[in-house]
Design a protein around this ligand. Structure first.
Ligand code: 5GP
Length: 204
């Protein structure tokens, strides 16, 4: 029997909206999802683990990965590279397992070109003011970086129309529940399952 390919989910949205928090809370639940750990050229923040939060790479090593077509998508975001290793995604989907990406919008649009059947979920802040408070609250960025991230966020919010679902991140637990509901529901999308039920029509 041919194994059904896994579903690719892409969680995206402006920096500071809480994608990481929502993704972590989602993975604390009993999901069947496989998280694709990204590569980045930025330095680790305090407490971040290489191979857990990201694969931390030197700029030149990252550029080599781009040249060697090792990335499904990549983006330069506020001065650093971020990208998704392609082999992990392809292999995991081929094994019939669902893969979850947490990436910014430029990268998500590249994924859409390669995997148009992927599920695109946009996490949106309740307001821009709230977004600024969250970025400031993280306390890891200089004022210049906060402003860069806010202008990037405005451009990113305009990209919402390229997504299948929009989830507001007002309360993390509600956002997680909604993302989880989307993940479940996608398994019953007609285009994914109809082949398997077509055989009902073959009965006399
Ligand atoms: P941070 O530096 O705050 O960890 O991440 C900055 C932005 O890069 C966030 O919006 C995050 O979701 C995004 N990001 C993380 N990994 C990837 C990736 O593999 N590809 C792309 N395009 N963006 C990523």
């Amino acid at each position: 029997m041919i194994k059904q390919r896994g579903i690719l989910y892409v969680l995206s949205g402006p920096s500071g909206v809480g994608k990481g928090t929502v993704r972590k809370a989602l993975f604390e639940r009993d999901t069947h999802l496989q998280y694709s750990i990204s590569m980045t050229s930025r330095s680790p923040r305090e407490g971040e683990i290489d191979g857990g939060d990201y694969f931390f790479k030197k700029r030149e090593d990252f550029e080599q990965l781009i040249k060697d077509n090792k990335l499904l998508e990549w983006a330069e975001y506020v001065g650093n590279y971020y990208g998704t290793p392609i082999d992990y995604v392809e292999q995991t989907l081929d094994e019939g397992q669902d893969v979850f990406l947490e990436i910014e919008v430029q990268g998500a649009m590249q994924v859409k070109k390669v995997f148009p059947e992927a599920v695109f979920i946009f996490l949106i802040p309740p307001s821009l003011e709230e977004l600024k408070n969250r970025i400031l609250g993280r306390g890891t960025e200089t004022e210049d970086l906060v402003n860069n991230r806010l202008s990037a966020a405005k451009v990113e919010i305009e990209m919402m129309n390229a997504y299948d679902y929009v989830v507001v991140n007002e309360k993390v637990e509600h956002a997680v529940e909604r993302v989880e509901a989307i993940v479940h529901a996608e398994h019953f999308r007609r285009t994914r399952v109809e082949k398997q039920y077509r055989k009902l029509l073959e009965v006399e």
